[in-house]
Design a binder for this molecule. Structure first.
Ligand SMILES: *[C@@H]1O[C@H](CO)[C@@H](O)[C@H](O)[C@H]1NC(C)=O
Ligand SMILES: *[C@@H]1O[C@H](CO)[C@@H](O)[C@H](O)[C@H]1NC(C)=O
Ligand SMILES: *[C@@H]1O[C@H](CO)[C@@H](O)[C@H](O)[C@H]1NC(C)=O
Ligand SMILES: *[C@@H]1O[C@H](CO)[C@@H](O)[C@H](O)[C@H]1NC(C)=O
Ligand SMILES: *[C@@H]1O[C@H](CO)[C@@H](O)[C@H](O)[C@H]1NC(C)=O
Length: 473
């Protein structure tokens, strides 16, 4: 056996070894590719009945599938061509192997790139089928509807990272936005137009407009909300309740008034809101509400409230501890109730004035909530719901029905519904009273008084009602 002979044999062996190595890796790749493609194809095919009903149009779906198939076809052709070349190399072992190794490297990189792009497409472009989706049920994938990437990212279903159910029993996180967001697409995209990690636009008013018109909940954002330039710490709790807060603790942009003195003044025209025009006048207007003042007769307080807090709490002595005030106001009801050791959260939006900030600066809890949403409380939990100047004669009867049933839901058996100075047109009164009677609550207080300041067309209605226990259902 000559040296040359050994060398050629070795080279041949090397060639064969090289061929086996390359062929083996290609086989591996192929199987990997076909496996992963099979996987996604299989999942495509398996869930096709889901999938077709999920996507906005079946055409898009077919397009996606065609794209995948086309890419797989490209991969297969490339691999076949490369195999041909490899066979040639094998038949001609004298050709430089280092060159072919380079070529193999480029080839592998090419294949990998294709597979990776497919993979990431699958992850980002595709979406997770909602696990609770019933077959044959059509639902638009919200991410496809919007152009702005931040909305698309936000509404996409987020699978749990550990691949199993989380402590809440769901294997993904499902964020939600109000369905009216879709009809206000342009406003919403403006709202979601920001740089991640930067300061948000000064657009709380746009946000509130979206919410009031049914884009509620709004998507979350990944920017820092604007704050007042110089936030001074709030007054201590004893002081803060009955004192106008520091003007610097509020952002006054988008309001007609630029300070609390302006809001508390009697010049209504300049304030930019009409409901509870005197709500910021704490000393003269808010102080006397709902409580018996020293030496006062009931007669000169009736225009403010029909019932006093101590009378209402007396109905259920010591039983009323937590509740909700669904009103337009600055939290005075909650402030007074606090003196009776009752915790009240005040639902409000910023209708022409910084109501939420005012309530918070007084040391009370503002719940920023429109009337569009189901209350964020569980069934049978609250002792009291109080409402004034919010639900009035403007409200649609069917909507009122939905709201009252929702309030009934969160009130506990024996809880009180305090309707405070509901006003409406005289001719509507009958229908509104029927709506309240529908609840079949026990009437503790129930009065109708004519409204004095209008030309005798409107009436006030006030009541304190108790939710019955419904033991037989
Ligand atoms: C999530 O759970 C549903 C059943 O609730 C199941 O059908 C689905 O495959 C799960 N998805 C993942 C990604 O585990
Ligand atoms: C409050 O704002 C009004 C105009 O909105 C202005 O005339 C007044 O001087 C301001 N008062 C204080 C104390 O800043
Ligand atoms: C509150 O109202 C009273 C009576 O209407 C008025 O005299 C007083 O100036 C008002 N307070 C403020 C801060 O404007
Ligand atoms: C209530 O009426 C009494 C007498 O009728 C009067 O002296 C008192 O000033 C009135 N209180 C208020 C707050 O108007
Ligand atoms: C509220 O609670 C405090 C402290 O427990 C107590 O001193 C006070 O009398 C209570 N107030 C009422 C109105 O029950």
């Amino acid at each position: 056996m000559t040296k040359q002979n050994v060398n050629t044999k070795l080279r041949r062996w090397r060639g064969v070894y090289f061929f086996i190595f390359v062929a083996g890796s290609i086989a591996l790749l192929l199987s990997g590719a076909s496996m992963s493609k099979f996987f996604s194809l299989k999942s495509f095919l398996d869930v096709e009945s889901f999938y077709t009903h999920l996507t906005p149009s079946e055409d898009t779906n077919r397009n996606n599938q065609n794209e995948v198939l086309a890419t797989v076809q490209i991969v297969i052709t490339k691999i076949q061509k490369e195999l041909e070349k490899l066979r040639e190399i094998h038949q001609n072992p004298s050709s430089s192997s280092s060159q072919s190794v380079l070529k193999q490297g480029a080839f592998l990189a090419d294949i990998l790139g294709l597979l990776e792009s497919l993979h990431s497409e699958e992850q980002n472009g595709g979406f997770v089928v909602h696990p609770l989706m019933k077959e044959k049920k059509r639902s638009d994938e919200p991410a496809n509807y919007f152009l702005r990437e931040e909305i698309r990212k936000y509404v996409r279903i987020r699978p749990n990272r550990l691949g199993k159910q989380n402590f809440m029993g769901a294997n993904a996180t499902f964020t939600s936005i109000g369905h009216a967001c879709f009809s206000m697409k342009e406003d919403l995209e403006e709202y979601m137009d920001y740089d991640i990690g930067e300061i948000c636009n000064d657009d709380w008013k746009l946000a509130q407009k979206l919410m009031v018109h049914g884009c509620d909940p709004l998507p979350r954002r990944r920017c820092f909300s604007r704050a007042p330039k110089l936030y001074n710490k709030p007054f201590p709790i004893k002081e803060s309740m009955w004192k106008l807060p520091d003007d610097r603790n509020v952002r006054w942009s988008q309001y007609r008034c630029k300070n609390f003195t302006c809001l508390a003044s009697n010049n209504n025209a300049r304030k930019g809101f009409f409901k509870c025009a005197d709500c910021f006048n704490l000393t003269d207007h808010e102080m006397p509400r709902w409580i018996r003042l020293e030496g006062d007769s009931i007669s000169n307080q009736t225009s403010e409230a029909d019932f006093f807090i101590d009378d209402v709490l007396g109905i259920k002595l010591g039983e009323i501890r937590i509740g909700l005030d669904f009103s337009v106001g600055t939290g005075t009801f909650a402030a007074r109730m606090k003196e009776f050791n009752v915790t009240i959260v005040s639902a409000t939006i910023n209708l022409g004035a910084p109501f939420s900030e005012m309530i918070a600066l007084r040391g009370l809890v503002p719940l920023y909530l429109t009337i569009n949403q189901r209350l964020p409380f569980f069934d049978n939990t609250l002792d009291l719901i109080h409402t004034t100047r919010f639900l009035d004669g403007w409200i649609d009867f069917v909507l009122l029905d939905f709201i009252l049933y929702d309030w009934d839901r969160v009130l506990r058996p024996g809880g009180l519904l305090w309707i405070d100075s509901f006003f409406c047109l005289k001719e509507d009164l009958y229908f509104y009273l029927e709506a309240f009677k529908m609840l079949r609550y026990k009437k503790h207080k129930w009065i109708v008084v004519p409204k004095i300041d209008k030309d005798d067309k409107e009436v006030f209605f006030s009541a304190v009602l108790e939710k019955p226990s419904r033991p037989f259902r």
